[in-house]
Design a protein around this ligand. Structure first.
Ligand code: UD1
Length: 364
């Protein structure tokens, strides 16, 4: 059977790569990799395929950017003929981006089995577009693979029968484990951007609409990072959305190259190196909360909630919100006392994709 593996945006690639690799060795399944084109810039895209050794997509739908409605609808329209042409398909989607719900919905309406990897995570914040994508994708999935134990109860509460849910661990950590020895040294990454290499640094990424779309919020967060940067320079790789918002709000002068060291979007191996060597990480990314937990690096999440509670319960993550006082106090605590000691959650061990393959073998 054909397993149509869908990727669309940057955080999807690290999740799909080990699954595609595991399925390549299967006698029963043939992976067909479909890229929706939600992300299209080379540094949000091609770099990752090359570094992760992913095959070129079998199809690229080239949807590009747009409003949620336009982007989701375009993925649906363009995905349908690809699915129609696939032999005895199963559709496998990862994560919570617009491409995830769009392709799951097309498949479910055609009676094609849907498999969701990273199911059951809930922030309970419907203002996040991803939360809507998560809830809806899980409702129409036939098989749900979870990364942490807490997810099962979320799914049960939404009426999803436990027989469909399998706790397999975190495929993104499969990719981390496999690539850690190849991580790029931060000195190399910073030198390539023409930046002086600090002895020690913090790392920050922001891209959530709730943090970057309102100029006052964005300005306050940048001022807070600059304040930290007076003591410990803050390396800040910028998502295109964030770069755009900073420029539109006239805040580019805050990226002064001294307190805040701005970079373009980084590849996977550069990010891995930066995370591994950072004193602490301040982020609103979902994936980075998990990667820092796997690496044992203190993480402050600049959001009011997390859909990944294992990173707080077991890992190194603390959800601090967006209040400057709280962020600075939590940073102080890490710099003075080293921060939370964490442990790596169950099944974040590099073998999640093999577990997924074993379940697919037994179900289909
Ligand atoms: C998307 C996901 C988000 C994920 C993030 C990771 C949804 C709803 N959101 O958000 O969950 O955390 O990806 O990066 O699916 N842009 C470019 N080049 C690109 C892609 C985007 O310049 O290759 C710019 C465009 O101006 C675009 C904006 O970034 O309008 C936002 O892109 P979009 O794909 O809509 O959402 P993200 O913010 O990237």
């Amino acid at each position: 059977r054909t397993v149509v593996c869908v990727v669309g945006a940057r955080p999807n690639y690290m999740k799909a790569a080990p699954i595609v690799a595991a399925l390549k060795d299967s006698a029963r399944f043939r992976p067909l990799l479909v890229h929706t084109g939600q992300h299209y810039d080379p540094d949000m895209n091609d770099t990752f395929f090359a570094e992760l050794g992913m095959p070129a997509p079998d199809a690229n739908l080239e949807v590009g950017s747009g409003s949620h409605a336009v982007q989701t609808a375009q993925v649906m329209i363009r995905f349908e003929p690809v699915l129609d042409a696939a032999h005895d398909p199963i559709v496998l989607v990862v994560g919570d981006v617009n491409s995830t719900i769009a392709c799951a919905l097309v498949a479910a309406k055609k009676g094609v089995p849907v498999v969701h990897v990273e199911a059951g995570l809930r922030s309970r914040d419907r203002a996040m577009p991803e939360e809507i994508n998560r809830v809806l994708t899980d409702q129409i999935s036939d098989l749900l693979f979870t990364t942490e134990r807490s997810a099962a109860a979320n799914l049960t509460a939404e009426g999803i029968t436990p027989e469909r849910v399998h706790f397999v661990g975190n495929v993104m950590i499969d990719t981390l484990v496999a690539n850690l020895p190849r991580a790029t040294a931060p000195a190399e990454t910073l030198a390539a951007a023409g930046l002086a290499v600090p002895e020690s640094f913090a790392l920050s990424t922001l891209h959530r609409p709730s943090n970057v779309d309102e100029p006052e919020v964005l300005a306050r967060l940048l001022d807070c990072l600059a304040e930290i940067g007076r003591e410990l320079p803050v390396v800040m790789p910028l998502h295109p959305r964030t770069r755009g918002r900073i420029e539109a709000a006239g805040l580019a002068h805050k990226l002064d190259g001294r307190t805040i060291l701005p970079l373009g979007p980084q590849g996977y191996l550069a990010m891995l190196g930066l995370m591994k060597h950072a004193r602490l990480v301040l982020t609103d990314s979902g994936g980075i909360q998990e990667e820092t937990t796997a690496l044992g690096i203190p993480c402050l999440t600049l959001r009011d909630n997390t859909e990944r509670p294992a990173t707080v319960e077991f890992g190194t993550n603390t959800v601090v919100g967006r209040d400057t006082g709280r962020i600075l106090a939590a940073t102080r605590e890490i710099l003075d006392n080293g921060g939370k000691a964490g442990r790596v959650p169950e099944f974040w061990d590099g073998k999640a994709a093999l577990r997924i393959k074993a379940v697919l073998d037994s179900v289909f």
